[in-house]
Every structure is written in structure tokens, then in C-alpha cells.
Design a protein around this ligand. Structure first.
Ligand code: SAM
Length: 282
């Protein structure tokens, strides 16, 4: 039984229709209407599962007006499912704004989880999965692209990126320049589809390969994080160690955890770093 006036975020397959969950099907069959990124794509999915529901398009360029319409219908008590072309809506897909508006206006939002290319690729990449960062698509705007890459130069967590095949060459070349030719990467292609493949290599080799070969299909790029600098190789002073700890705090660590991490990376005593962090907060 669905809740009246609620939005259901329904994950759909990223290739293999067998990945559509029974609960996802049930919700799609029960809602009053479905908001879809591309109604033709979703109609194909619904026909396959013999589901017949009114569809409404909701995509990047109509999301402001359409979002308002969907909200009014939700506020009037209808139930809606939001789907994208593939995977979890709102993950590098339209939907984020609609969910935020629902949260602001007190409309309940429920997850009906399905596959996501990012975590599927990470899980089979063979790279460290303990700590990772999802980076989505690089911007095509030169300045924001450079800022995004610069911000990741010293990133130690595994990084997960999406990329369209026609932009893969330029992206691999920018990655090789930013992270170095030797940095390990896993290129996960066509996940859950007939030609699924994971290629573990280095950024230099991947860039060279795709200069000669046409990229085909959908890709997730999983890049190893930077190795932590050995304390003996760096001349970290307490202030630099504290600023590293502040970066870690911005990433979500507590002051004590951040001081501990920074101490490990810099060789500066944890107590000294912690003291500087506290002084900066007074
Ligand atoms: N919402 C989706 C999700 O949950 O993964 C992502 C949508 S985003 C617009 C599309 C990007 O996801 C593609 O450019 C590609 O990077 C990645 N992707 C989607 N399906 C994929 C697949 N089967 N194999 C590899 N990458 C895929």
C-alpha cells in the first residue's frame, strides 16, 4: 500500500532488465503517475513489465515548471514515481531538485533502490572501496573542469567518475595530466550488458589506447587515490599539518579524527595539530 501524496524514487536497470526489483515494479504499477526523464525510454520498460500508467516528462530543461506541477499534484494527495533512463534517479540525473523541493514542502519521499553504475563499477574495480568519492561528470566548461580536477589533485580516496563515450578521450588525457600517467584506473564499460568489461590499467595506457581506438558504450572510470606522502619525504610544519586536518574536517571527520589522520600523514604530533585546530575555532 502506497502513502498518499508521496514521491517514490524508483531505481531502474542500467542494462539488464533482470535487475528491476519486484518492489520497484509494484510501486510503478500502483502510483497515480510516473515522472520520467525520457518518456519513450520508460514506456519501453513499462511495456516490458506490462505496466500501464500515465507518464509525464521531467528532465533537465523543463524541471522548474514541471517540478512545480508534480509538487502540486503530490500536495493534492496523488502518488508519483520518479524514474530516470537508467539507474537511480537523482544520481547524476534530474531528480535532485524535485527531491529537494519535496523535502522543503514537507512532501514525503521514499527510496525504492535499484542499481547504480557508480557503486557497481567500484565494487568490481579491484581498487580500494573502503573510502571513495563520487565525482559524477566533469564539466565541459573549461574553468569549472580545471577547478574540479585541481581540487582532486591530492585526493587519497578512490574516485568514481561518469563519462560519455564521445568525451572519454579528452577526459582520460586530462586525468593523466592531473593524476600522472602511472595512476591505476579501472574502466568499467557496459555494466550488466552483453559486452560488460572491466579494464584495469594506468591512466597513461588508457589515454594512449583510446587515442587509437574508438570508445564504445557507457563508461565508469574508477581511479585510485593518491598515495599518502611518506612523513620523511615531506617537510610538514605544524601549520601545514593543521591545514591538512582542516581539509579532512571539511570532508566530514571530527577534529580529533582529522588531527589523527593528519598526524599519520605528516609526522607532526596529533596533540599539536589538535591544539592548532582548537585555536582556529576560538
Ligand atoms: N542515474 C544513473 C546511475 O544511477 O548510475 C547514472 C545516470 S548518468 C546520466 C549516465 C552515466 O552513468 C553514463 O554516462 C555512464 O557513465 C554511467 N552508466 C550508466 N549505465 C552504465 C552501464 N551500464 N555501464 C557503465 N556505465 C554506465
Amino acid at each position: 500500500m502506497l502513502e498518499k501524496g508521496a514521491l517514490y524514487i524508483v531505481g531502474t536497470p542500467i542494462g539488464n532488465l533482470g535487475d528491476m526489483s519486484p518492489r520497484g515494479r509494484e510501486v510503478l504499477a500502483q502510483v497515480d503517475f510516473i515522472a520520467a526523464e525520457d518518456t519513450r525510454v520508460t514506456r519501453g520498460l513499462l511495456t516490458h513489465f506490462d505496466i500501464h500508467k500515465p507518464l509525464l516528462s521531467y528532465f533537465e530543461h523543463n524541471k522548474a515548471d514541471r517540478g512545480e506541477q508534480i509538487l502540486s499534484r503530490l500536495l493534492a494527495g496523488e502518488t508519483c514515481a520518479l524514474v530516470s533512463d537508467a539507474g537511480m534517479p537523482a544520481i547524476s540525473d534530474p531528480g535532485e531538485t524535485l527531491v529537494a523541493s519535496c523535502r522543503e514542502r514537507g512532501v514525503p519521499v521514499y527510496a525504492v533502490p535499484g542499481p547504480t553504475a557508480a557503486t557497481s563499477a567500484l565494487a568490481i574495480s579491484g581498487l580500494p572501496t573502503g573510502r571513495f568519492t563520487f565525482e559524477g561528470f566533469l564539466s565541459v566548461n573549461k574553468r569549472s573542469r580545471r577547478e574540479h580536477l585541481l581540487a582532486l589533485e591530492r585526493e587519497q580516496r578512490t574516485m568514481v567518475f561518469y563519462e560519455a563515450p564521445h568525451k572519454l578521450r579528452r577526459t582520460l588525457s586530462d586525468f593523466a595530466k592531473t593524476f600522472g600517467e602511472d595512476r591505476p584506473v579501472a574502466l568499467a564499460r557496459e555494466l550488466t550488458k552483453l559486452h560488460e568489461e572491466v579494464w584495469r590499467t594506468t591512466l597513461g595506457e588508457a589515454a594512449a589506447h583510446y587515442r587509437e581506438h574508438e570508445p564504445r558504450g557507457e563508461y565508469v572510470l574508477v581511479i585510485a587515490g593518491a598515495a599518502p606522502p611518506a612523513p620523511s619525504e615531506t617537510a610538514w610544519g605544524p601549520e601545514e599539518a593543521a591545514s591538512l586536518a582542516r581539509e579532512r574536517m571539511a570532508q566530514g571527520l571530527s577534529a580529533s579524527e582529522a588531527a589523527k589522520e593528519a598526524a599519520k600523514e605528516t609526522g607532526v604530533r596529533k596533540g599539536e595539530i589538535y591544539k592548532l585546530l582548537m585555536e582556529g575555532m576560538e
